[in-house]
Design a protein around this ligand. Structure first.
Ligand SMILES: [Zn+2]
Length: 169
């Protein structure tokens, strides 16, 4: 099951995903939070979308991640195991012939205009300091960067140091 609970985001990621929603709305772009934390089995399930188990890509459009379990900013946890993902997905809502849907999902196929819209959403996210993966085709993904490598952040979180303190160090 896909986790879209904002409580499973690190507070900084949650703050930024709300700011992204608001700033995008200011440009007339409505978005929906569609994913937050992934545990390791969820990450593997996500990684297998559009791929065979050996990694061969069978459907590029179905790719939702480039990271294996443990290697993703979605997989972070506090020392007690509570999720604190530093990555999230926000999808753009569009109205196609009176049908509201998420761009690139289900019936609402991603067309060239939709791709441009995601690149605009990416720029809005980048203006907030978020890293977008739109340039590699992971259009709805955003992550909080600037606090060290994933390994450094993981080690810090597990030793009880918050990433906000890492930036000061
Ligand atoms: Zn992601």
């Amino acid at each position: 099951m896909t986790d879209r609970d904002p409580l499973h985001l690190h507070p900084l990621a949650d703050k930024l995903q709300r700011e992204l929603e608001e700033r995008a709305l200011g440009y007339g772009i409505g978005t929906t939070l569609i994913e937050t934390y992934r545990d390791n089995s969820g990450q593997m399930e996500a990684w297998l979308k559009g791929r065979l188990p050996d990694g061969t890509i069978t459907n590029r459009g179905a790719i939702v991640t480039w990271k294996k379990p443990g290697d993703s900013w979605h997989n972070l946890v506090w020392p007690d195991g509570t999720p604190c993902s530093l990555a999230f997905h926000r999808a753009i809502r569009v109205d196609r012939a009176g049908k509201i849907g998420l761009l690139g999902f289900g019936e609402v196929k991603l067309d060239p205009i939709g791709i441009d819209m995601y690149h605009i959403l990416a720029r809005i996210g980048e203006s907030l300091g978020l890293r977008s993966l739109a340039s590699v085709g992971d259009y709805t993904h955003f992550e909080v960067r600037g606090h060290g490598t994933l390994e450094q952040v993981k080690a810090a979180l597990l030793s009880g140091v918050d990433i906000v303190d890492l930036r000061k160090a």
